[in-house]
Design a protein around this ligand. Structure first.
Ligand SMILES: *Cc1c(COP(=O)(O)O)cnc(C)c1O
Length: 411
């Protein structure tokens, strides 16, 4: 299998780094993987691509791994791009789709990043990994570590959704609940490194999770016939997905594969309960200040400080997009609306994007007929706390009042 990685590159200063070594941060900031795109263009065509299996590995020329047999996989299928006419009508959008990442292994798009990170870590001989998590990254890391035969340590805030806590444990990870936020968990992983000798798998602290998440952008482009949508709404925590997608679009443009020169406007969506990127965007800053007292039901975007803040902000601005915060108290409303309108198990993070789409359509920033894509980054079934609802009960020992039940219906 030909491999087209030429080198790695410090994102903060452009310094060239050796791709045949295991890296973490460079000058305390993330690292890009760079490819010989001309070589890729000579060896891969759109027609060849069409004949490959529908998994994220179909883009192998644009991925970092060395050998087919070293891949640590749970069967990462392409996620469907689902038209959402009923939800769109509620929001004032005629061309709304959801890219449904809930169907990926472990029920979230975190599997894209972690299949790649664990594959590469194992290639470099890593036997023990550790990470802080807001929830789904822990589950995915634990699952892929189990698959790879690696030891995994997960540190999560004690109020992380209970399914995330239990799945990590069940996948066999050493799982700890911490009485703090995700940045406190990140500090524990840093501090424990010398005593525990683990490899730090934190978001953006190794180069390969971005490459895995990049496949969301590659897939979207291919599913849209290489004509990218006008607007993408993405629930932004650490930002790996947004950064990775933007990187995918740049690489496709350089390959000459995109049908139109205009890039989608990227919207980073956060909650009013945790909006460090929105604040930096509005203040015209390139780096974000930590957000205090971060709190949101959309646990995946409860990230008060992101090491890739400038990469997120650069991508949003280069795309002529924006960062918006939605009202935390309305996320459950959008959750109910989105899930019931289309039958897609939209997670609270993506529900925040539904709120942002409603807001941006109402103020005219998104045109009614523009092609809009929301990423459903995870399965709502993992959020029992957010799903909680008091259901009516029936006493089956008594006659049922069907008239009262009929009066609750719409047909
Ligand atoms: C991690 C996560 C996010 C945030 O993703 P980033 O790419 O790190 O910004 C959004 N939604 C869900 C469900 C997540 O698990």
């Amino acid at each position: 299998m030909p491999r087209f990685v030429t080198h790695l590159e410090g994102a903060i200063d452009g310094q060239r780094l050796d791709a045949e070594q295991l890296h973490t941060l460079h000058n305390d900031r993330p690292i890009w993987v760079r490819y010989d795109l001309r070589g890729v263009g000579r060896s891969l065509t759109k027609d060849v691509l069409k004949q490959r299996p529908e998994t994220l590995w179909r883009y192998r020329e644009l991925l970092p791994y060395h050998h087919e047999e070293q891949i640590v996989s749970l069967g990462e299928r392409m996620s469907p791009l689902l038209a959402c006419p009923k939800l769109g009508a509620r929001l004032g959008l005629r061309n709304l789709s959801i890219k449904d990442e809930s169907q990926l292994p472990t029920g979230s798009f975190k599997s894209r990043g972690l299949t790649m990170a664990i594959t590469m870590a194992r290639h470099f001989g890593v036997k023990r990994v550790a990470l802080p998590t807001a929830g789904n990254a822990g589950g995915a890391a634990a699952a892929y570590a189990a698959r790879a035969g690696m030891e995994c340590f997960v540190f999560m805030p004690e109020d992380t959704p209970v399914i995330n806590q239990l799945e990590c444990k069940l996948y066999g990870a050493h799982t700890y609940r911490v009485n703090g936020l995700i940045n406190d968990c990140g500090r524990l992983v840093r501090e424990g490194k010398s005593a525990m000798d683990w490899f730090d798998l934190s978001t953006l602290k190794e180069p390969y999770r971005i490459e895995g998440k990049k496949t969301m952008g590659l897939e979207l482009a291919e599913q849209c016939g290489w004509k990218l949508p006008d607007v993408i709404l993405y629930p932004t925590g650490g930002g790996t997905g947004l950064i990775g997608m933007w990187k995918a679009f740049q690489e496709l443009r350089e390959l000459g594969w995109l049908e139109s020169g205009t890039m989608p406007r990227l919207v980073a969506v956060q909650s009013s309960g945790c909006a460090p990127i929105v604040r930096a965007f509005e203040q015209g800053e390139r780096f974000a200040q930590p957000f205090s007292n971060a709190s949101t039901v959309a646990s995946g975007i409860r990230v008060p400080a992101a090491v890739g803040d400038f990469m997120i902000l650069d991508a949003i601005r280069a795309s002529r997009g924006r960062a918006v915060a939605v009202d935390e108290t309305r996320i459950r409303h959008w959750l109910q609306l989105a899930v019931a309108s289309e039958g897609i198990p939209v997670c609270p993070e993506a529900a925040a994007c539904v709120g942002a789409a409603e807001m941006l359509a109402a103020d005219g920033w998104i045109g009614e007929s523009e092609r809009v894509v929301i990423f459903n980054t995870g399965a709502v079934q993992k959020y029992v706390e957010a799903m909680h609802s008091d259901l009516p009960t029936i006493d089956c020992t008594k006659p049922v009042d069907w008239e009262a039940i009929q009066s609750q219906t719409s047909i």
